[in-house]
Design a protein around this ligand. Structure first.
Ligand code: PLP
Length: 333
């Protein structure tokens, strides 16, 4: 793939590690060999998947002459934390619109990512009701900032447009280089599926390098049909931007929605078990909202025999552990 025609900043230090997880594999019965791609170790305060996307999104903002970034997310958004982090590093102002998806969940004095917004110098936070039109809200913020003489640039939620998803196309290519060097064939790759840039980028990138490895998305918010449509739509746009040919079919997008529980960011017993298992066997910290629920999906798929005996399965760890510190009660109950 040729990324040189796109604005891109250099936020990665090199490939993130791919590690075997022998202790977790054994604990789950030993039928499946689990591996993990450590995108939780990406640079950017606290790490996580948005760094790969922001290499392209923030570069696009700078190429457009922006001096101010406006973005949005939930009240404990990792995306907002990393956008604030890279904005600080680039000398850009960062303004957030936070969606209160769970009523009264915004606590100005909360720990976790919310505390980090403050530390990373976010200029303003505006909280809006769950279900608000977030693009319209960000446009309102941008118009106000423009009237004050700023040059705002809107990064969509999760940086999940074709620009941001390009970061995960590059991740798919990086992953294949590593697997070829390791000489390990992966039978499946399991990813969290939220605003969809990660999932869509991985699918597009694997197709682009002609690697026929199924990607399984574990939903964190939506029902299966809605999420698959969202991912496919972004795949089409991203493939078009990069010139990936061959067409990616609806059937290539697979999502499981059985691990969302009562809703986005609301804890489940399976999430708590997954966080404890990863920490206790591999000393890897997950988060309650994304990687914890997608790991719960991975664990259940292993236990129920979804992966044939002897399969190699790669779990994409997208980060998020700073959010753990906003959920102490969930883990201590
Ligand atoms: C945003 C996020 C995801 C989901 O990625 P999308 O590209 O939004 O689907 C997964 N894990 C963590 C930790 C995140 O912050």
């Amino acid at each position: 793939m040729d990324y040189t025609r796109f604005p891109r900043r250099h936020y990665l230090q090199g490939p993130t590690p791919i590690e075997a997880m022998p202790a977790l594999s054994k604990k789950l019965g030993g039928n499946v060999n689990l591996y993990v791609k450590r995108d939780d170790l990406l640079p950017g305060a606290g790490g996580g998947n948005k760094t790969r996307k922001l290499e392209f999104s923030i570069a696009d903002a700078l190429a457009n002459g922006a001096d101010t970034i406006v973005t949005c997310g939930a009240v404990q958004s990792n995306h907002c934390r990393l956008t604030a982090a890279w904005s600080a590093k680039e000398g850009l102002e960062c303004h957030l619109v936070l969606e209160e998806r769970v009523k009264n969940s915004f606590k100005p004095a909360a720990s976790g990512n919310n505390f980090l917004f403050e530390l990373l110098g976010v200029k303003s936070i505006r909280v809006v009701d769950g279900g608000s039109n977030m693009m319209a809200e960000m446009e309102n913020s941008a118009a106000r900032l423009a009237s004050e003489g700023k040059k705002p640039y809107i990064v969509p939620g999760g940086a999940s447009n074709a620009i941001g998803a390009t970061g995960y196309v590059a991740c798919a290519e990086e992953t294949m280089h590593q697997l070829n060097d390791l000489r390990v064939h992966m039978d499946s790759i399991v990813v969290p599926s939220g605003s969809a840039g990660t999932h869509a980028g991985m699918v597009t990138g694997l197709k682009g390098v002609n690697a026929d490895i199924p990607v399984i998305g574990i939903n964190v918010a939506r029902v299966k049909s809605d999420q698959e449509a969202l991912v496919h739509g972004l795949v089409v746009e991203t493939a078009d931007r990069l010139g990936v040919r061959g067409g990616i079919q609806k059937a290539d997008i697979v999502c499981f929605d059985g691990y969302v529980g009562p809703g986005y960011s609301l804890p489940t017993d399976a999430m708590v078990e997954a966080v404890k298992l990863f920490a206790g066997t591999e000393a890897i910290l997950l988060d309650p909202v994304y990687s914890g629920k997608s790991a719960a999906g991975l664990i259940d798929l292993v236990r129920t025999g979804f992966f044939p005996k002897g399969s190699n399965v790669l779990f994409l760890h997208t980060g998020g552990s700073p959010a753990l510190y906003a959920y102490l009660d969930t883990f201590r109950e």
